[in-house]
Design a protein around this ligand. Structure first.
Ligand SMILES: Nc1nc2c(c(=O)[nH]1)N[C@H]1C(S)=C(S)[C@@H](COP(=O)(O)OP(=O)(O)OC[C@H]3O[C@@H](n4cnc5c(=O)[nH]c(N)nc54)[C@H](O)[C@@H]3O)O[C@H]1N2
Ligand SMILES: Nc1nc2c(c(=O)[nH]1)N[C@H]1C(S)=C(S)[C@@H](COP(=O)(O)OP(=O)(O)OC[C@H]3O[C@@H](n4cnc5c(=O)[nH]c(N)nc54)[C@H](O)[C@@H]3O)O[C@H]1N2
Ligand SMILES: [Mo]
Length: 761
């Protein structure tokens, strides 16, 4: 009984398209953020909440993982935290959670699950916060209330009846360190490493690429490095929408003389010009132009671009010899490979003329401090791992690791996605698995579990029967929508720990639970008093987060409580679940004992601003690779061949969404209003294909097992790179089969889908 995802925006009469913007933020940004707050929360709550975002005594913004500047009063820091340390989209994220709208049991009594499955994700999210645990019993048509204890007993009963490897413990990256640590403890003590997470669809490629070459899967820069950089290269990232506070850092570096290069098929407003709403110049003036050079690269061309840059650096002998000789391996093979570079292949892959690449390579050659930042434009490609490793090669050539103002900077998405990995949310046993087993007295399973795509296959094929999601929206975030939705519904039990209703909840297994939890903004009171939780940002800074608002409902439990009570129901008091729930310091004490870098956790995280985790390449130029050296790697250059009449489609975020949470139907910077089913195509391609701007098309991707189709998109002539197209996620996910994943990281290729446009039927 799989239904097609709803498409209420098809041919939406309200959809309007205007010219894209040439700058980001400024007053319209602040106004949009405040308007979202006022709409959802009212005046008092908006003021109260926004004043606490990212402040030392406040909560971590549930928006993105961009770091906060040092606390006010820290005289050593290169920048100080502002009184308003949030952005338009952070304000929207907060408003979405702190909304005054509520979903009650009457709502579920009124709306059958089958009806809810016909609603859009936008509509589901608009209904407000979940307020009490709900169950769908076998054969039931509606969700109905259930007590917490009965809910935990039901889950424990299901889990006891299966082999532990037939259960899936999914995590989304908003989960705190404390909840994540307990979640992996629960899964592993129960007996499985089936811990897929949103990272499998996000920065997995970065983690793999960096671990293999520099010995640690995290970025090597601090915020100070961004400020101190002389050359900043932003590749495959749209910070104006997804990391708006990063623009402040770019602006600052630029004022100090940094050169900024953007590499992106789309001309993204935030990379072109920034009007900082916190400065007079940003509010009254024209703002700061950001990118000095804008390489409008073809989708998937970055591997060729960085090989070409590396090749030129070697040819020009612009190599940091002492760094390369003393700290790296594989240089000779690399230099030999790039000396044979096929420039015609580079030009076909990138769509860029050689002179443009040479100009940018010259900047690399002349810069004494270079940071390369990247996000989903690089990680969701078939050759993502190799592409990121080509960036590593270029940075190694120039000795740009472990040096002020220089480094590798994968910009993370979810606010604690990096911390969740540090806490052991991973489908393989963490390096500290033996210690985990020793401290808690059980044998940690060593057999690898399922990452996201394999978890879908296991549910589809009847090899997994229970799905538990700690946050997130598995059905909408993953690829091959029809397959994934059927897979979830094939489960005997699906369990969703969530703040808001989403599509995954309305595709229940035979039995299904929705367990409502506290959000970041809310006070967390336990037996020992008010608790805080901790998170790790994109630059390995760990700090505390304290919510202040009264919870959306007295029935809510914190994520920690939910996991601890489930642990107790399933495994009994063999582990100190009750103590963990009562006092989160006892969880942090165990983390300090088990996870490297967390010694003295409680004291250090109680400092304003928290503390920075060790990062050997950044701190001391040491590399935990087998040889102890950073590794150059060689990859055959790939050119993506697109058959005639087809386009290379990527799926992106609009300015009015947070992943699968849709705040509104506008994409202000790209000039789209009132609808989401649009596809951006270069006007020359439209002419060649004989398709008119504004016409309605289906997007069709062709695979050996048949075609996949996303119906009813309005064509928007847009200055994207030639041969390329773009549309929004999650609407595009239906086009990507489970088998289409990045080599080495198995991340779905959400940014590399060959499609043809067919007149809508
Ligand atoms: N407001 C808001 N903030 C968010 C999110 C959100 O949805 N809304 N999501 C959060 C999460 S989980 C994440 S992971 C991040 C995502 O942050 P981003 O990675 O910035 O998000 P995307 O919209 O996927 O944008 C990818 C960018 O890569 C470009 N691109 C696509 N293909 C290629 C390519 O082949 N080469 C190059 N060079 N560029 C390419 C696209 O044109 C686009 O500008 O943001 C986080 N922050
Ligand atoms: N085609 C395509 N697909 C993609 C991407 C893409 O660019 N293109 N991007 C991928 C990326 S980068 C990511 S990170 C994934 C995102 O995948 P997920 O992390 O699974 O999805 P989200 O949309 O972030 O999850 C939103 C839901 O989380 C719940 N939630 C919000 N706050 C909390 C909280 O504090 N606690 C709990 N327990 N629940 C909460 C709410 O119920 C909300 O509906 O999607 C991936 N999918
Ligand atoms: Mo992400």
């Amino acid at each position: 009984m799989v239904r097609k995802p709803p498409m209420e925006d098809v041919g939406d009469r309200d959809l309007a398209v205007g010219p894209p913007k040439r700058s980001a933020a400024g007053i319209p940004g602040v106004a949009a953020g405040l308007a979202a707050g006022l709409r959802e929360m009212g005046v008092r709550r908006t003021a109260l909440t926004l004043a606490r975002v990212n402040q030392v005594d406040g909560f971590d913004c549930p928006g993105c993982a961009w770091p906060e500047p040092a606390p006010r009063g820290d005289s050593h820091a290169s920048s100080r935290r502002g009184h308003a340390e949030f952005c338009e989209n952070g304000a929207k994220a907060v408003a979405d959670e702190a909304t005054l709208r509520r979903i009650t049991r009457e709502f579920f009594a009124t709306h059958a699950i089958a009806d809810l499955a016909q609603r859009s994700g936008y509509w589901l999210g608009q209904q407000g916060r979940l307020t009490e645990p709900m169950v769908r019993r076998a054969g039931g048509t509606h969700y109905e209330p259930i007590g917490w204890d009965e809910a935990f007993a039901l889950i424990a009963d299901h889990l006891r009846r299966i082999n532990p490897n037939e259960a899936i413990f999914y995590t989304s990256g908003r989960t705190s360190n404390e909840a994540a640590f307990l979640w992996q403890l629960l899964a592993r003590a129960y007996g499985t490493n089936n811990l897929p997470d949103c990272s499998n669809m996000c920065h997995e490629s970065s983690g793999v690429a960096l671990s293999e070459t520099i010995g640690i899967g995290k970025g090597s820069v601090t915020l100070d490095d961004i400020h101190a950089a002389k050359l900043l290269v932003v590749v495959g990232q749209n910070p104006g929408t997804n990391h708006p506070r990063m623009l402040t850092a770019l602006e600052r570096a630029k004022r100090d003389g940094a050169v900024i290069v953007a590499v992106n098929p789309l001309p993204e407003a935030g990379l072109i010009r920034f009007k900082n709403p916190q400065t007079v110049r940003g509010v009254l003036g024209t703002g700061t132009p950001l990118a000095d050079h804008y390489l409008q690269i073809r989708v998937g061309g970055d591997m060729a671009l960085f090989q070409a840059i590396g090749s030129l650096l070697v040819a020009w002998d612009a190599v940091d010899r002492s760094f390369v000789d003393s700290l790296t391996e594989g240089y000779a093979e690399y230099a030999a490979a790039v000396s044979k570079l096929d420039w015609s292949a580079v030009e076909r892959a990138t769509g860029l003329p050689r002179e443009e690449i040479e100009t940018v390579a010259r900047l690399f050659a002349e810069s004494s401090a270079t940071v390369v930042c990247w996000a989903m434009g690089l990680t969701q490609q078939r050759e993502s791992v190799a592409t990121i490793q080509e960036i590593v090669n270029v940075q190694l050539l120039r000795g740009m690791i472990g040096k002020r103002g220089a480094g590798l900077c994968p910009v993370r998405g979810h606010s604690n996605v990096q911390g969740d990995r540090t806490m052991g949310i991973y489908e393989r046993p963490p390096a500290w698995a033996p210690k985990l087993g020793e401290v808690f007295g059980f044998t940690v399973p060593m057999e690898p579990g399922y990452a996201t795509v394999d978890a879908i296959r296991a549910m589809r094929d009847g090899r997994a029967h229970v799905f538990l999601g700690l946050g997130g929206n598995f059905a909408a975030a993953t690829p091959d929508t029809a397959v994934t939705e059927a897979a979830l519904q094939r489960c005997r039990l699906t369990v969703h720990i969530a703040t808001k209703l989403n599509r995954s909840h309305v595709l229940p297994g035979t039995e299904s639970l929705i367990l409502p939890c506290l959000g970041r903004t809310e006070v967390d009171r336990q037996a020992s008093g008010e608790q805080f939780v901790t998170v790790e940002d994109s630059m390995s800074v760990v700090h505390a987060s304290r919510g202040r608002l009264e919870p959306a409902s007295p029935e809510l439990l914190s994520e920690v409580s939910i996991v601890a009570r489930l642990g107790r129901a399933l495994l009994g008091d063999t582990l100190p679940w009750a103590q963990f729930e009562a006092d989160y310091r006892t969880i942090r004490a165990r983390i300090a004992e088990i996870v490297p870098g967390f010694a003295d956790f409680e004291a250090r995280v109680s400092q304003p601003g928290g503390f920075v985790l060790p990062h050997p390449p950044r701190d001391s130029r040491s590399f935990a690779t087998p040889s102890g050296r950073a590794r150059f790697t060689v990859h055959p250059l790939t050119v993506i061949d697109v058959p005639p009449g087809r386009l290379l489609l990527q799926s992106i975020r609009s300015h009015d969404q947070y992943n699968t949470t849709i705040y509104g139907l506008d994409d202000r910077y790209r000039g789209v209003r009132g609808g989401r089913r649009v596809v951006f195509v270069n006007p020359d391609d439209l002419a060649a294909l004989g398709i008119a701007d504004g016409s309605m098309v289906d997007l069709v991707s062709e695979w050996t097992d048949g075609v996949r189709r996303a119906e009813g998109f309005r064509v928007v002539a847009y200055p994207t790179a030639k041969g390329c197209a773009a549309t929004y996620f999650p609407e595009a996910n239906v086009l990507v089969p489970l088998d289409s994943v990045a080599a080495g990281s198995r991340t779905p290729t959400s940014k590399q889908i060959i499609v043809r446009l067919e007149p809508a039927g």
